[in-house]
Design a protein around this ligand. Structure first.
Ligand code: ADP
Ligand code: MG
Length: 919
């Protein structure tokens, strides 16, 4: 029988694995918004989003509500890695009956303890009387927390049942009680208050608490975690193995769906004592566990806690002994009536029995004191049972720990996890083998994780001071960060203003007389129709001015468009040589291509995508206004580009070249998307630079004769703001970036939006934040000081949706030779998000002006239109397109705008412009 009993208390390894899996599932359930309400493992958010980093300093007050005491503690931190905090504490016994009395009385008593403590405590006179004294409140009951300083009590436990507290914000209740103390101190009631000394010697009012502010509320488990944090060794899990059992850990904040916080990490209070309340643990319960549960005040609840909490271990042993006595396996022939009484076997008895390594003399003594008459054999067997029960409790703690370890490892996207675990509680301290079992079993169950146990030295009090200190440090950091990033955050009115200004500049660009001074040039393109699908034929196309120079042959049929292309290099000697050499080279490439494609004998119409600003005077006549993107070929500016190409063909005696159209890449993009969607009447580029085109009514185009029909307008919106109209939104960072470019003062709108500049803006912000000690511990690497070292594609990597791509961020940070903490990574991401969000919003404001103008042109209440888009930033950034579309919806609610990615817009578009022209 003994062997059977021992076996039933011993859980096989495969079963432990299954339990760990269940625990992980339940944790996910508790964190998910949908399933949170039914979850047994509650996974309560604590709003504690960081662990101490050692820079915390100042005085912090803690008040801890315990079973029958109130503990007050004053901790002074010196910003020295929290190595030597100074602590003063005092313990107050709670008056009888207060636990079942009125809530108000309980909080008044707590406030009174605070007041007494402060008046008895002399502290460093560095404390100025105006400074607020922050207070952390340790309140070990189940609360629904919605902020660090806002927590609604869900239910009392541990013998507390004060009236009028459940459902109320306990932080508020404590703060009111504290404020009341102050009033009392000024009035006649001085009974509880001693004269004020020390801290505020300049003030004579006794027991003044007006400077005490409750800034954080936490559970004891969380306090333990914080206590165990020492410099360079963050502690991210804490376990309290005591009367009850609980555990908390730092989870990725975005996974804590019940809290709004999404960046960084947040400490989650698992409340794992209720694990198994849905039946998950039924197959490991022994008849003894069932008896304990039935006799408890909350049968069916807290099933895990009842297997592992010290409140229950004695009871489990007691029921086992009763059963085994009935089976005549122990205490044969003696009276065990004493065992019938609930609670006679305490955890202390059990620990005394099992900690006696050699022999059974202590066992005998303990049992005899209880009034039993054990034989030698009974002593051995009782000891075995006790060891099995307590060993099982340690093993089950290890299962829970393993679940948390694996969960953390998985959600942090790591192959291995090293983590420190703070441990406290009667069982941990009293049972010698607890730590050893915890470590070895969790290692078996989660071999990918390595947990280091840190015993908590000062209980939860010091930790509570840390939480409070961290909260204040974070609040200060937040204020400083907001100050830096504030100017980059655009409000709805800001964006509306940009939209209105864009609209104004568009009108000026279109006006015959205002065009010359408008910052948005609004260049006519002589493209007057978008494709209607009836286009047919074979075309040649050239694409110059994007990332590559290409020659293409494009076949447009009833079935769709097919093409072949070749990329040609333009050596920089040619880019920066003479115009003749450049265009000779282009014709050579065309001839090479035609030879390869067997097209030498065909004369195909040619469309030329030429992505530089041109003053177009006809579809096949365009004067180059200026070179950009590294081109400087001489003798071209002011010339007709098509003519330059034709002359080169003549020089090369290539007679089969028929250039019918020259177009900008925005137009090509619009046309290629227009082939599939007739509603596509806008083209947008967000790549190295940014630009847009759209179909305008001829009657509005003052710079071209004629009022009939429409014409595509190449806005050249990158230059928006070059006349100073956007000066109010430029930040310090934008000015620095602009000044370091080859064209300061030019393309000001583009410099807020496009790929060539976003990385550089981020870099400037990082430099300022580092200088202000907000990042990288104030140390910027030499690399970070290098221009253009921070590439725009880094923004895409860093901002990747859902969670923190920590590994990728780390590799970028390493590449830049920076030392980044986890919090640095979170802040780095916030900087990137701010910059890319602003870019997308500004782009949306520009587009809003365009779609609203089109809607008004056509006198529609509602416009339905499509935009063809190209550009790597738009295509590859994880949030740019979404932010752009969302903002556009807000700014132009009467326009229903859809976006199509253009595929090879320059090539296809050139052919289609040629085709539409021939049609
Ligand atoms: P172009 O505008 O010259 O035709 P692209 O459309 O390819 O060229 O855009 C190039 C720009 O895209 C570069 O400025 C680069 O910084 C940016 N870029 C490249 N990769 C990414 C990425 N993954 N995420 C965001 N931007 C990127
Ligand atoms: Mg391009």
């Amino acid at each position: 029988q003994i062997q059977r009993a021992l076996r039933s208390l011993c859980i096989p390894l495969d079963r432990l694995h299954i339990m760990k899996g269940h625990m992980m599932q339940d944790m996910c359930k508790g964190l998910s918004r949908q399933t949170h309400a039914q979850a047994k493992v509650r996974m309560l958010p604590t709003y504690i989003c960081s662990t101490p980093n050692g820079t915390e300093k100042g005085n912090f007050l803690v008040v801890e509500l315990c079973q029958s005491q109130v503990r007050t503690l004053l901790v002074t931190l010196y910003g020295d890695g929290n190595m030597s905090p100074q602590m003063v504490y005092k313990i107050f016994d709670m008056p009888e009956g207060i636990r079942q009395g009125e809530g108000e009385a309980l909080f008044d008593f707590i406030a009174h303890c605070v007041s007494r403590f402060l008046s008895d405590t002399t502290t460093p006179n560095t404390q100025s009387s105006e400074e607020c004294l922050p207070l952390g409140f340790v309140f070990p009951f189940t609360c629904r927390q919605t902020q660090l300083d806002k927590a609604e009590l869900l239910s009392w436990s541990k013998g507390f049942s004060c009236s009028g507290v459940v459902g109320k914000d306990v932080v508020q209740m404590l703060q009111s009680a504290i404020n009341k103390q102050e009033v009392g101190s000024n009035g006649t009631d001085g009974r509880w208050l001693s004269p004020w000394r020390g801290w505020k010697s300049s003030q004579s009012a006794p027991g003044q608490l007006s400077h005490v502010e409750v800034v954080a509320l936490m559970n004891d488990t969380v306090g333990t975690m914080m206590t165990c944090c020492t410099e360079g060794k963050p502690c991210e899990i804490a376990m309290v193995a005591d009367k009850g059992s609980n555990c908390c850990f730092m989870a990725e904040a975005y996974l804590v769906e019940t809290a709004e916080e999404t960046s960084g990490r947040m400490c989650v209070n698992t409340e794992w004592g209720s694990f198994g309340d849905d039946g998950t643990l039924n197959d490991i319960f022994t008849p003894y566990d069932e008896s304990v549960d039935e006799e408890s005040c909350n049968p069916g609840e807290k099933r895990f806690e009842k297997l592992v909490g010290t409140l229950y271990l004695g009871e489990i042993v007691r029921h086992a002994l009763i059963a085994l006595t009935a089976e005549k396996a122990v205490f044969t022939g003696t009276d065990i009536a004493v065992l019938k009484e609930k609670g006679v076997l305490t955890i202390q008895h059990i620990l005394d029995i099992i900690n006696n390594e050699d022999g059974t003399t202590d066992v005998k003594r303990v049992l005899e004191v209880l009034g039993l008459q054990p034989s030698e054999r009974d002593c051995g067997r009782v000891q075995q049972i006790c060891r099995a029960v307590v060993g099982r409790a340690a093993t089950l703690h290890a299962v829970g720990l393993a679940a948390i370890l694996s969960y953390m490892c998985q959600t942090r996207d790591m192959e291995t996890l090293m983590v420190n675990v703070g441990v406290d509680g009667e069982l941990y301290k009293g049972y010698k083998r607890f730590g050893e079992i915890l470590q070895s079993v969790s290692r078996l169950l989660s071999p990918e994780c390595m947990a280091t146990l840190l015993p908590s030295k000062d209980g939860s009090g010091r930790g509570a001071a840390m939480v409070t200190a961290v909260a204040l440090r974070l609040a200060a950091l937040r204020r400083a960060v907001d100050e830096v990033l504030g100017p980059l955050r655009l409000t709805r009115p800001d964006l509306e203003k940009v939209q209105a200004l864009m609209r104004q500049e568009m009108e000026r660009g279109l006006g015959k007389h205002t065009n010359a001074t408008a910052s948005v040039r609004m260049l006519p393109t002589y493209v007057s129709h978008t494709p209607d699908g009836s286009e047919r034929g074979d075309f040649l196309a050239l694409d110059l001015g994007g990332t590559n120079f290409r020659v293409l042959v494009v076949r447009v049929t009833g079935e769709g468009i097919s093409m072949a292309s070749e990329i040609y290099v333009i050596p920089s000697a040619i880019m920066q040589g003479t115009g003749e050499a450049l265009f000779d080279h282009i014709v050579d490439c065309i001839m090479d291509f035609q030879t390869k494609q067997n097209l030498m004998t065909h004369t195909l119409p040619l469309g030329f995508t030429f992505s530089f600003p041109c003053q177009q005077v006809g579809l096949d006549k365009a004067l180059l206004l200026t070179w950009t993107k590294g081109f400087t070929a001489s003798g071209c500016v002011g010339q007709d580009v098509v003519q330059l190409l034709r002359e080169a063909a003549q020089r090369k005696q290539h007679s089969g070249l028929k250039v019918v159209a020259l177009l900008n890449d925005t137009v090509g993009t619009m046309m290629s998307c227009g082939y599939d969607d007739p509603k596509c009447e806008i083209g947008l580029i967000v790549g190295t630079g940014t630009n847009a085109c759209y179909m305008e009514e001829m009657r509005n185009v003052g710079t071209v004769e004629g009022d009939e029909g429409r014409m595509c307008i190449n806005m050249e919106w990158g230059a928006f703001g070059d006349n100073g109209c956007l000066d109010h939104i430029f930040t310090h960072f934008d000015r620095v970036v602009d000044e370091s470019t080859i064209n300061p003062g030019k393309q000001r709108f583009e410099k807020l939006i496009s790929g060539m500049y976003l990385g550089e803006i981020v870099r400037q912000i990082l430099l300022v934040m580092t200088e202000r000690q907000l990042l990288f511990q104030g140390r910027a690497s030499a690399k970070l000081q290098t221009k253009n070292i921070f590439q725009t594609k880094f923004l895409s990597t860093i901002e990747v949706s859902n969670g923190l791509a920590l590994r990728q961020i780390r590799s970028i940070v390493n590449e830049l030779e920076l030392e980044a903490s986890f919090e640095d990574c979170v802040l780095l991401r916030e900087v990137c998000q701010t910059v890319s969000l602003r870019a997308a919003q500004l782009c949306a404001a520009g587009l809003a002006a365009v779609v609203e103008k089109i809607r008004e042109n056509r006198s529609l209440n509602q416009l339905s239109i499509s935009v063809g888009v190209d550009g790597t930033l738009y295509k590859l950034h994880p949030c740019f397109s979404q932010n752009l579309q969302m903002t556009l919806k807000e700014l132009a609610p009467n326009c229903d705008v859809s976006f199509h990615l253009s595929e090879d817009g320059s090539g296809k578009g050139a052919a289609l412009v040629a085709a539409v022209a021939s049609r």
